[in-house]
Design a protein around this ligand. Structure first.
Ligand SMILES: NC(=O)C1=CN([C@@H]2O[C@H](COP(=O)(O)OP(=O)(O)OC[C@H]3O[C@@H](n4cnc5c(N)ncnc54)[C@H](O)[C@@H]3O)[C@@H](O)[C@H]2O)[C@@H](O)CC1
Ligand SMILES: [K+]
Length: 501
């Protein structure tokens, strides 16, 4: 697990490291500069004629230290100070003086000379408003120069909390970031300006991030063994849970098939699909491992019997918005006492019955994409995109549910937990059926005993890793939802093999 702090939180961690732990700021800066030079060399950046552009904050201080270290190593280097003398931070001023004394050539404007690389140390996490005027012109000029582009900590112009471009942004081939990758370099469009991202440890404490609700985190592949539920040698199908999938409708058997198959691939013990009569034959043929139970009209008695049988419910994939669908969703919401995944049409129906969630903690996992979420919140999509973290927090606080907000960077929120931000996956997953697979994966994890929040974060991550596996085989254009299911299986198999070793 790794944290994805905003700049504001990173500054708090810097302060804690300096004031509470006692590591001097200049030591951190030296380590930042040493680490950056080391990464640039390892990445084979052509440093023979380097321009380092420095602002007046501590990011600029890093820049002067980088320029000095490059000079020490024999590279030809120019440092351009483009900040305001009067607003220099003490450490930046100190670094400028050291650089001068070490013979670094320091200029105050960018000349037309050709450089092999351009290092951006104009703004770091202290950027707090739009870039305008001379700063804007400088960054545009830096972007137009030939040579490789390297950003120090974060590209100047990217908001470290939202990933938004604040007026203009440096466009990097490589970003060397300190302590933790900043949230703004993960979210779009910031991610596209950061290029390749390499994080180096410079001794900044992560303690201030622990249990802090407004700090986000993500997973990497090595976290998977800890996330997935264990398989037991002495087990039978009942050990891994009974999943009731209330999915599919006339003409929508695919969603029922994909979600059920995904739950099986993830490890569920037994699956029963409750669907429209029209789907019986096709689902039996497509997925003989599932029990199929069907309806032609709303039948509360059968529904209750099925709910008594199940350990987990997944409702909504391809369910449609008929009166039967509405009655099914309302009754499940009203009565279910065990974990329940609500997806797609289930969410559409839920958006007109939000009162059924109540104010208390409920074992519901909602899996809306941005449009469905905007309907649940009764706001516009741009409003939601702009304030996605606040909105996700507000919603989960209010209704006591787990919410996975699906997007290129899916979030998972619950009122008493930090927000998980998914960083795996790829554009091949932006296709019909992908959401059905996710709902099934989460249901499969719940049926094996994971708690709702844990199943949601693990499910989102596993689904995305499955997407990465699928792209390896089928490429970005031609991956289908079915391939994602195979990808999830491959990912689980690889994880298991690594655990055995
Ligand atoms: N000791 C520390 O605190 C450390 C800081 N480090 C570096 O320092 C950076 C953070 O330094 P700072 O907090 O000084 O922040 P920055 O270096 O990002 O710059 C902040 C300065 O820019 C001004 N500013 C903000 N937005 C502006 C805009 N749109 N137009 C014009 N001026 C603007 C601010 O008023 C402030 O003077 C990190 O990103 C990292 O690179 C690292 O060296 C590690 C240690
Ligand atoms: K920068």
């Amino acid at each position: 697990m790794r944290y994805l702090p905003t700049g504001e939180w990173m500054q708090k961690a810097d302060e804690y490291t300096i004031k509470e732990i006692g590591i001097p700021s200049m030591v951190l800066m030296e380590r930042a500069a040493l680490g950056t030079v080391d990464v640039m060399e390892k990445e084979r950046i052509n440093l023979s004629r380097t321009l380092v552009v420095c602002g007046s904050g501590n990011n600029g201080g890093d820049g002067f230290a980088i320029a000095r270290l490059l000079k020490e190593k024999g590279y030809e280097v120019t440092a351009a100070f483009i900040g305001r003398e009067a607003s220099m931070s003490p450490d930046c001023r100190h670094q400028l003086k050291i650089a001068e004394k070490c013979g670094v050539s320091i200029v105050t404007s960018i000349n037309k000379q050709e450089y092999t690389s351009v290092v951006d140390a104009v703004f770091g996490v202290g950027l707090n408003r739009d870039i305008t005027g001379a700063y804007q012109e400088t960054i545009e000029k830096m972007n137009s120069l030939p040579g490789q582009k390297i950003a120090v900590d974060i590209p100047s112009g990217i908001c470290s909390a939202t990933g938004k471009v604040l007026g203009v942004s440096f466009s990097a081939d490589l970003t060397v970031t300190f302590g933790c990758e900043k949230l703004g370099c993960i979210l779009y469009p910031g991610h596209m300006y950061a290029g390749k991202r390499i994080t180096i440890d410079i001794g900044i404490s992560r303690k201030p991030f622990r249990k802090e609700p407004s700090v986000c985190y993500t997973f990497d592949k090595q976290d998977l063994p800890e996330l997935i539920p264990a398989r037991k040698p002495n087990s039978h199908k009942g050990t891994y849970g009974k999943v009731l999938m209330i999915t599919g409708s006339k003409g929508m058997s695919g969603a029922a098939y994909l979600s059920a198959k995904a739950a099986y691939i993830t490890g569920a013990g037994l699956i029963q699909i409750y669907t429209a009569e029209e789907n019986r034959v096709i689902l039996q043929q497509l997925l003989p491992e599932a029990i199929i139970c069907t309806y032609t009209e709303y039948d509360e008695e059968t529904l209750h019997k099925l709910l008594e049988w199940a350990d987990v419910v997944c409702i909504g994939c391809g369910l449609g918005r008929s009166n039967i669908a509405e009655s099914l969703v309302v009754e499940v919401l009203r009565t279910v006492k065990f974990p329940c995944v609500i997806d797609a049409d289930g969410l559409n129906i839920l958006s007109t019955h939000l009162e059924l969630l109540g104010g208390r903690e409920r074992p519901f996992i909602l899996t809306p994409h941005m449009k469905e979420m905007s309907e649940l919140l009764d706001c516009t999509i741009p409003e939601l995109v702009e304030k996605r973290f606040e909105k996700a927090r507000e919603f989960t606080d209010r209704y006591g549910v787990v919410c996975t907000m699906k997007d290129a960077r899916t979030l998972v929120a619950k009122w008493d937990r930090q927000i998980f931000v998914n960083t795996a996956g790829n554009s091949s997953m932006a296709k019909a059926g992908s959401g059905d697979v996710l709902a099934g994966v989460i249901a499969g994890l719940l049926s094996q005993g994971l708690m709702p929040y844990e199943a949601a974060v693990c499910g989102v991550y596993l689904h995305a890793c499955g997407g990465d596996e699928a792209r390896e085989v089928k490429g970005s254009y031609s991956t289908l939802a079915e391939d994602l299911i195979t990808g999830v299986g491959t990912c689980l198999k690889k994880t298991e093999e690594n655990m055995v070793r």
